[in-house]
Design a binder for this molecule. Structure first.
Ligand code: BG6
Length: 545
């Protein structure tokens, strides 16, 4: 068949002819256009969103002020919200609509990505915002909420309802029960209307509590109505992992144990625990970051191609991947904990974790975690995946480095040995979003020198500085009813199943000296030991220029 098609140029022209006949490509005389960067649209550009009311439980909380309302406001700026739409805040504190709107406006000015409020947009947006005072466990409060919804003229605003639970997980069950009792949430689908429940992490503290929570929620809401948030999935660069892998023939061929030596996933944070000591004492890095964000990134990086882009097809593959992670049996060889002590960050002295507010002075909670995982499937057998995350590290960066196998030990490798840098692709999730391919090249000149060079793709230079907040995308997806970017029940349970045995393996053992690190450094020395036996080293993200 190839012989019949002849030389590549002729072969290409024939393909163009064939494609043109089915009207995909422009005419031959327009062939210059073939090199244009044309986008292929997979959806209708805008999600189909129907008029609805968004009810936020926890209306006075940090999440609402810092993330949810700024995200909804920016969706309003972009005219992406349904029309009409209403936003109702539900919380215990006494206040009226005007007072809540003022709080929200100040939040938009301080925390939104634009850090400013357009008065015209705000006037229109805030006219649709109102407040409902009530206790989460008081049936009368839900009656008041029902009356408020009933007062909205447009029928869809009373029955298309997005309930956002920005509250503690211990209250999820009570709220959905009350919503059902007030006939606001119907578990059985009624044609022409919808109700959905969005829940925030942490989704449980271990497998047993996640199971309990799932059981509580699914007594009153169908799994299809539950949207569990992991805000990492709302990040453009995280969504791009699937595009990068499955819309490019060149990379996917290398994406396996034959070509890949190992993978490093780093989510480093310069911030310390700050005012969140109370929460962090219960969560630590494992529950706060690994069980959710890091395992989500890992599953997208390593999963098989889904059969379609439907939510269930994508989530099936993620679950399959999580299930093929080999259980960690020897915690001491595969996991390193760490905790920061006082040190310099950005030229300023940062307190140690044990000196943070609401933290026990002898706390053994991990602020750093490094893991070595294996995926027992056909594609990845034998390839180590190194994951690490930590607070009070030198800078904030999330990236995935796919490091390829070294060349055979002849020619350049024979002469340079370990000095010959192995090829790598780095997906920079944030900041400085983009992708870098690192390979070797000749240093110009009469002497024979080889050196790594880098090829960069930067979102900023390619697409401009358009960086929507993860919550904008996630809220829109939940309104549109697309669950692809949300965590399914079995996904969250499988993830707990991976991390629980590791936590149990620590068995309340106190941290050793080798597990402490000075704030502003790349983690404890023990983290090096994780890679050293196989001759690997951590590749630290580079600071943003
Ligand atoms: C949250 C964690 O889920 O993610 C925080 O609770 C962490 O501790 C944050 O700081 C990191 O998110 P991002 O988007 O800043 O990388």
């Amino acid at each position: 068949m190839f012989a019949a098609l002849g030389r590549p140029a002729i072969r290409d022209r024939r393909r163009v002819e064939i494609f043109r006949r089915v009207s995909i490509l422009p005419r031959m005389d327009d062939s210059n256009q073939l090199d244009e960067l044309m986008a292929c649209r997979l959806d209708d550009g805008r999600k189909a969103v129907t008029p609805c009311t968004i009810v936020i439980f926890g209306a006075s909380g940090d999440l609402t002020i810092r993330k949810l309302i700024p995200a909804l406001y920016h969706l309003a700026v972009e005219k992406a919200l349904p029309n009409p739409v209403r936003i109702v805040g539900f919380a215990r504190r006494e206040k009226d609509d005007a007072a809540w709107r003022e709080e929200l406006k100040a939040g938009v000015a301080q925390f939104s990505r634009s850090k400013s409020v357009d008065e015209v947009v705000w006037a229109e947006f805030s006219a649709n915002v109102s407040y409902c005072q009530g206790d989460l466990t008081d049936p009368a409060a839900y009656q008041r909420l029902a009356e408020k919804l009933a007062s909205f003229g447009v029928p869809e605003l009373k029955k298309n309802l997005l309930f956002y639970l920005a509250i503690s997980p211990s209250q999820f069950g009570a709220v959905v029960e009350q919503l059902c009792g007030a006939n606001l949430l119907k578990r059985d689908e009624t044609p022409g209307e919808w109700q959905r429940v969005v829940v925030e992490k942490p989704f449980g503290t271990d497998l047993a509590s996640a199971l309990r929570l799932n059981n509580e929620l699914t007594r009153f809401a169908h799994e299809k109505q539950i949207f569990r948030i992991d805000h990492y999935l709302g990040k453009e660069t995280v969504q791009n992992i699937l595009m990068f892998r499955f819309s490019n023939a060149i990379f996917e061929q290398l994406w396996n144990r034959t070509s890949v030596d190992h993978v490093q996933i780093t989510v480093s944070e310069k911030v310390g625990v700050g005012g969140r000591g109370g929460y962090y004492e219960e969560s630590g890095a494992m529950r706060d970051m690994v069980q959710n964000h890091l395992l989500q990134v890992l599953s997208l990086i390593a999963m098989e191609p889904p059969v379609s882009l439907d939510a269930e097809a994508v989530r099936d593959e993620k679950v399959k991947l999580l299930k093929s992670i080999r259980p960690v049996r020897d915690v001491s060889k595969q996991v390193v904990r760490g905790q920061y002590f006082a040190g310099m960050v950005d030229g300023k002295l940062r307190n140690g974790y044990r000196q943070e507010e609401k933290v026990k002075t002898d706390s053994n909670v991990e602020t750093y975690l490094a893991l070595k995982l294996f995926i027992d499937n056909w594609r990845w057998s034998g390839v180590p995946f190194f994951l690490r995350t930590g607070k009070s590290l030198p800078h904030s960066a999330s990236e995935v480095r796919i490091q390829f196998r070294p060349t055979p030990n002849v020619l350049f490798a024979a002469k340079c040995g370990l000095k010959l840098d192995p090829n790598a692709i780095t997906l920079r999730l944030q900041p400085n979003e983009g992708i870098t391919l690192r390979f070797n090249g000749k240093v110009p000149g009469a002497s024979l020198q080889v050196r790594p060079v880098r090829m960069h793709f930067s979102y900023d230079s390619e697409f401009g500085a358009y960086t929507p907040e993860a919550y904008e995308r996630l809220l829109l997806e939940a309104i549109a009813g697309d669950a692809t970017l949300f965590i399914r029940r079995d996904e969250v349970e499988t993830a707990w199943g991976i991390v629980d045995p590791i936590r149990a393996g620590w068995d309340n053992k106190p941290l050793t000296n080798r597990e402490f690190y000075s704030a502003g450094t790349w983690g404890p020395v023990a983290a090096e030991d994780l890679l050293a036996p196989t001759g690997h080293v951590w590749r630290d993200p580079q600071p943003t220029k």
